[in-house]
Write a protein that binds this ligand. Structure first.
Ligand SMILES: Cc1cc2nc3c(=O)[nH]c(=O)nc-3n(C[C@H](O)[C@H](O)[C@H](O)COP(=O)(O)O)c2cc1C
Length: 391
């Protein structure tokens, strides 16, 4: 086994911390305010337990499933993240790794690589949009994603523009050019491997967002785009239904925490919802998505495909989410740390760890496929779940 291989996501995180400049690492860690939601996302999974068998276990264990019309080889997909400055191959490396492991990649509107390159690396790419700019600009983005061949759309609207973390936010330059690199020099020289990767690729990361404009047009900077987003009038359910109609394929609405919102998403014609608190980066003290999943699954599980994201770090977490009503999960930081630790093979490493963890868990539980999982496979202590917005 090569020394670049890591055995857990926690180890990938340690390597990412060693390898990345401090600002880049803390931008990935993210979180918001006191970090309560960020912590709860992982703590909640550890509060759930399993009750394993010792005999009549299954020789064969199937993890394949379908999400938004795409067949995937395991119930894990890569969530869209604005992966800026982690690795020169950025979202293309993530897309290749996901394709190599037979699954979907989500591409953020704030991503650093053009969608055409990402879809070429993985035809199972879902493009993620925010309610950002004019309707015309939004339509232009959808048109570009359609022309590039993206088979699905993810709409993210759970962002409250909160600022400030008790442990401090990274200072991110407007554009990471050589001048800004010089300002960050003391951080960067302590991370020669990270710099070397970019030096080998022949450029410095520039923190622009090429997918917010037409192909080949000058890309706005991350902050320019963020400012425009803050100025955009906030969407209503009618606006979201309109957006859904503009895409003639499957659409996921990401960020659902409440039962009433889940029902509205069904009414707005969504194919899928992601039960999510944006990885704990949004409104702090929102409960972990795994706590709110059971009530949402009970209310709308028969009407919409349900995905969960937030805090997934091991195969057992995936099994818990599937047993409690999710069809699949999305991962964010886990693959970002893998990418930072070892590029594309690092992301493959993370997906492999999740796959083998799911397999071990199915084995212990005596299940032959993820389709057989039920809430009875998981020990849910009294008071664990939260039901938000059920009237
Ligand atoms: C650094 C970072 C950037 C993110 N950027 C986006 C984004 O651009 N669009 C989006 O819908 N979600 C974004 N997210 C949220 C993720 O898609 C996902 O909901 C979250 O990371 C899941 O939690 P996990 O990191 O614990 O797996 C981001 C998350 C992180 C950590």
């Amino acid at each position: 086994m090569s020394s670049t291989w890591f055995e857990t996501v926690a180890e990938a995180q340690r390597r990412a911390k060693k390898r990345l400049p401090k600002s880049v690492y803390s931008a990935l860690l993210a979180g918001s305010e006191r970090g309560v939601s960020y912590d709860d996302n992982t703590v909640a999974f550890s509060e759930l337990g399993f009750a394993p068998h010792v005999a009549e276990l299954s020789e064969k264990r199937d993890q394949s499933t379908e999400l938004m019309g795409q067949s995937i080889s395991l119930p894990v997909i890569c969530s869209p993240t604005g992966v800026q400055a982690v690795h020169p191959d950025g979202e293309v490396a993530v897309a290749r790794a996901a394709a190599a492991r037979g699954t979907i990649t989500g591409l953020s509107s704030f991503a650093s690589k053009p969608i055409e390159e990402v879809v070429a690396a993985n035809p199972q790419t879902f493009f993620q949009v925010y309610w950002l700019g004019s309707r015309e600009a939004m339509l232009q983005r959808l048109e570009r994603a359609r022309a590039a061949g993206a088979p699905g759309l993810i709409v993210t609207t759970d962002w409250s523009f909160s600022m400030g973390r008790d442990w401090g936010s990274p200072s991110i330059p407007e554009r990471l050019d050589l001048k800004a690199m010089a300002r960050f020099a003391p951080e960067v020289v302590r991370r020669p491997k990270w710099l070397l990767e970019f030096a080998k690729a022949g450029y410095v990361p520039d923190l622009t967002t090429p997918n917010l404009v037409g192909p080949g047009e000058e890309a706005p900077t991350f902050f320019g785009a963020y400012y425009e987003w803050m100025q955009t009038p906030l969407p209503t359910w009618e606006d979201l239904a309109w957006l859904r109609e503009q895409w003639d394929g499957p659409v996921m609405l990401k960020g659902i925490c409440r039962v009433d919102d889940a029902k509205r998403a069904v009414d707005a014609g969504m194919t899928a919802i992601s039960v999510s608190n944006h990885g704990g980066n949004n409104l702090d003290t929102t409960p972990a998505p795994i706590r709110v999943l059971p009530a949402i699954a009970e209310a709308v599980g028969g009407q919409v495909e349900i995905v969960l994201d937030g805090g997934v770090r091991r195969g057992g977490d995936v099994v818990k989410a599937v047993a409690l009503g999710a069809r699949a999960v999305m991962i964010g930081r886990a693959y970002l740390w893998g990418l930072a630790a070892n590029g594309q093979p690092g992301v493959e490493n993370v997906l492999d760890l999740l796959r083998s963890g799911i397999d071990s868990t199915l084995l212990g539980l005596g299940r032959s496929s993820i389709q057989e999982l039920t809430p009875d496979d998981v020990i849910v202590a009294p008071g664990f779940t939260r039901t938000l917005g059920a009237r």
